[in-house]
Each structure stands twice: as structure tokens, then as C-alpha cells.
Design a protein around this ligand. Structure first.
Ligand code: RP5
Length: 156
């Protein structure tokens, strides 16, 4: 057995409790591109108005897969309790986040410059997840509802 001192499981639990008591964000808002910022700002606004600490990050499931995987894998340890993920086109981001975390993931299908059928492409990409990898899905461009749902999850 290694002599290297390993933290006891209680230490980890205490660390998470500490994070919750301090300024650690409870909700992560991620999106696939800077071009999504405007459509996602309703989520941040809603959470701030309700006094919920959140963070906003841009990361693409297709262009930066390792960054997305790292973010999702570390999310719970960092104190996050819900992740809101918005993306347009072939919107893989919410599903990829859900593949790497057991936190609840809420997907926001977004319209973008080259969307087809008014965002139906992203809506189907987010909603049609395979069994066992759940992603909640709000309406097209309805980031505010994602925040409202995150709030209900945090309060449940
Ligand atoms: C998606 O592709 C993004 O979420 C965005 O909605 C869309 C277009 O991205 P950009 O080409 O503007 O970076 O991945």
C-alpha cells in the first residue's frame, strides 16, 4: 500500500460543503460558441435575479472535446449542482456534458446564423438522447426556462 497520505472520504465531503458555504457557483452555464452568448444571457440574468451563483463558459463539444469532458468531470467536485448547456446546429454539447457527469443537465437548443427549420436541428439533437444519458430540453432559444428549471432542481 502506498505511504502517500490520501485524503479521507470525509475530507472530500467537507471540502464540498465548504464550497457550498462560500462563493462557489451552483449552476454552470456553458455554450458552444461566443455567437451563442446573446441567446444564453437570459439564463444568467434569471439566476442572478433569483440570487443563485452561476458561472458562464464557452466550450465546443466538437471543437474542444477535451475541455468539455474536463469541465463536466470536475463540475460536482467544484460545487456545481446543475449544468445548463446551450448549443445550435448539431448541438452535441448538452449530451457530451451529460456523458461525463451525473449532475442534472438542461439543454437549450439555439438558433444560429445557419440553423435549419428555425432551430429544429438543435432541438432534435438535444432531445433525442439515447437511454441512460438524460438531458432535459427546454424550448428553442428559451435559456430563461432552463434557469427556472435549474432553480426548481436546486430547491427540490
Ligand atoms: C454550435 O454551432 C454553436 O453552439 C453555435 O450555435 C453554432 C455556430 O457556431 P459558430 O460557428 O458561430 O462558432 O456549435
Amino acid at each position: 500500500m502506498s505511504e502517500f497520505p490520501r485524503p479521507a472520504p470525509e475530507t472530500y465531503v467537507e471540502a464540498v460543503a465548504d464550497l457550498e458555504g462560500l462563493d462557489a457557483p451552483r449552476v454552470g452555464i456553458v455554450m458552444g460558441s461566443k455567437s451563442d452568448l446573446e441567446r444564453m444571457e437570459g439564463a444568467e440574468k434569471e439566476l442572478i435575479e433569483r440570487g443563485i451563483r452561476c458561472e458562464v463558459r464557452v466550450m465546443s463539444a466538437h471543437r474542444e472535446p477535451d475541455k468539455v469532458a474536463d469541465y463536466a468531470r470536475n463540475a460536482r467536485m467544484r460545487g456545481l449542482r446543475v449544468i445548463i448547456a446551450g448549443a445550435g446546429l448539431s448541438a452535441a454539447l448538452p449530451g457530451v456534458v451529460a456523458a461525463h457527469t451525473d449532475l442534472p443537465v438542461i439543454g437549450v437548443p439555439l438558433t444560429s446564423r445557419t440553423s435549419v427549420a428555425g432551430g429544429l436541428d438543435a432541438l432534435l439533437s438535444i432531445a433525442q438522447m439515447p437511454p441512460g444519458v438524460p438531458v432535459a430540453c427546454v424550448g428553442v432559444d428559451n435559456a430563461r426556462n432552463a434557469a427556472a428549471l435549474a432553480l426548481r432542481i436546486l430547491e427540490s
